[in-house]
Design a protein around this ligand. Structure first.
Ligand SMILES: [Zn+2]
Ligand SMILES: [Zn+2]
Length: 280
């Protein structure tokens, strides 16, 4: 079975995002269907749209989703329908690096997150007019009203964190996880108030280096709930006055938020518009 959804499709390299009706598979074994409530927009989405990222087009990108579980496939035990989840990067879960708790170093990371444009086994999840288009971007393709993820990359949040506004949860899935994980796990956590000086001359004379860190070297099922808990506790300050459900305000870590205006059920009849806000 497939359901009709609304998605921001990209026809080819350099094309604009286009709001389109597409069809999404129902979840198969190990998959989680998520009703997307908000997504962050990361540079990888824009690079993929520009054709500068190894993701095949036409397709649907989006890799910082937050929403509620709509349905689960057989064998899914980590979440149930109605659970609040953050969508993050995917990994195989079987290689030595995944098993040892470092899924950012998954030996099949690239295929699982972008080059396939489909499920790890190669079958498509998204269709338009009966023909497959590419999806499964970072195991989700969340620029849509619904997204299919695996139970490894649909991370549940509970308690006060589950009540946070979705636009606060979504960017935790990539951008915030990457920065916070890099500081916490790789650079080390400095005392509060420490200022790190970085001058371009330091880079030129080789006295300091900028080091790339994939997704904050994070293990999402462990790290994302902690991040969400920090936001819920107020420990992570942001612009705006409230961290609870309230009129949307954009936290300073969000470069851009796209909120779906589609609140209808499985169809797109309730989809009258979409909106994009961009700040920072
Ligand atoms: Zn990202
Ligand atoms: Zn792996």
């Amino acid at each position: 079975m497939r359901r009709t959804i609304a998605a921001l499709t990209v026809a080819g390299a350099g094309a604009a995002f286009e709001l389109s009706e597409v069809e999404l598979d129902d979840p198969v074994d190990g998959e989680v269907l998520v009703r997307v409530e908000a997504v962050g927009m990361c540079h990888a989405d824009l690079a993929a749209r520009a054709g500068d990222f190894p993701f095949p087009l036409p397709g649907v990108v989006g890799h910082e989703g937050a929403g509620r579980v709509e349905a689960v496939g057989a064998g899914v035990t980590s979440v149930r329908p109605g659970d609040r989840v953050i969508l993050t990067f995917d990994s195989c879960g079987r290689c030595d690096r995944c098993v040892s708790g470092t899924p950012t170093q998954c030996r099949d990371f690239v295929a699982h997150n972008f080059t396939n444009g489909a499920r790890p086994g190669g079958s498509p999840t998204l269709w338009r007019a009966g023909a497959p288009i590419h999806g499964s971007f970072f195991g989700q393709s969340s620029f849509a009203t619904f997204a299919l993820a695996g139970q490894r990359n649909a991370v549940p949040v509970t308690g006060a964190a589950a009540e946070l506004a979705p636009e606060l949860l979504a960017p935790l899935g990539c951008g915030v996880q990457t920065g916070a994980g890099a500081v916490r796990g790789v650079v080390g956590v400095p005392p509060f108030g420490v200022t790190a000086a970085l001058d371009v001359a330091d880079l030129v004379n080789d006295s300091k280096h900028i080091v790339g860190i994939v997704e904050g070297a994070s293990n999402p099922p462990v790290f994302l709930p902690r991040l969400a808990g920090l936001v819920a506790s107020g420990a992570c300050r942001r612009q705006g006055s409230s961290s609870r459900r309230s009129p949307p305000t954009t936290p300073r870590w969000c470069w851009s938020i796209i909120r779906s205006a589609c609140t209808a059920g499985s169809g797109t009849s309730g989809c009258s518009s979409s909106s994009t806000t961009s700040r920072g």
